[in-house]
Design a protein around this ligand. Structure first.
Ligand code: FE2
Ligand code: FE2
Length: 147
C-alpha cells in the first residue's frame, strides 16, 4: 500500500469531521463522536506535525497559532459536552463552536499545510502520515468502542 502524506491524512480527517458537524445539526447525540474525533485529531496533529514545525523559524508562528486555536476549541468542546443538550442555548453554542472550527480547518489547509509541504521532505511527510493513520485508527477504535 502506498503511504499517504500526513497532509493528505489530516485533510481526509478534516472532511470526515465536517460531515459529522453537518449530521449534528439534525442529531445532537452525535456530538460526542465529533468530540472524540477532534480530541484525537488535536493531540496527534500536535505530537506528530506541530512539534516538528515548531523547530523551523519559517513556520513556527503559523504552527503555534494552530496550537492556540486547539486550546480554544478544546475549551469549547468541554463546555458543549457539559451543557444540557435539550437547552435552547445548546444549538447556539454549537453554531459558535462550528464557526471557529471551520475557520481553524480552513486556515490549516490554506496556510499551515502548504508551508509544511514546503519545509518537510517527502519521506518525512509519508512517515508521519503512516504514524498518524495508525495511531488515529487505534485510538478511535478504543474511544468509540468499535470492534
Ligand atoms: Fe487539523
Ligand atoms: Fe488543528
Amino acid at each position: 500500500m502506498k503511504a499517504k502524506s500526513i497532509i493528505e491524512e489530516l485533510k481526509a480527517h478534516h472532511n470526515e469531521m465536517r460531515k459529522l458537524q453537518k449530521e449534528i445539526e439534525d442529531d445532537r447525540s452525535k456530538y460526542i463522536i465529533l468530540k472524540k474525533h477532534l480530541d484525537v485529531h488535536h493531540e496527534l496533529e500536535e505530537d506528530i506535525l506541530l512539534s516538528e514545525l515548531h523547530k523551523n523559524d519559517a513556520v513556527k508562528n503559523e504552527s503555534l497559532e494552530s496550537k492556540e486555536e486547539h486550546f480554544v476549541l478544546n475549551f469549547l468542546l468541554m463546555d458543549l459536552a457539559d451543557f444540557p443538550q435539550d437547552n435552547f442555548r445548546w444549538p447556539i453554542k454549537f453554531q459558535v463552536f462550528s464557526e471557529i472550527l471551520n475557520h481553524h480547518l480552513e486556515e490549516e489547509e490554506e496556510d499551515l499545510f502548504p508551508e509544511a509541504e514546503k519545509h518537510l521532505s517527502k519521506n518525512k511527510l509519508e512517515e508521519f502520515g503512516a504514524r498518524f493513520f495508525e495511531l488515529k485508527e487505534k485510538r478511535l477504535k478504543y474511544e468509540l468502542q468499535i470492534k
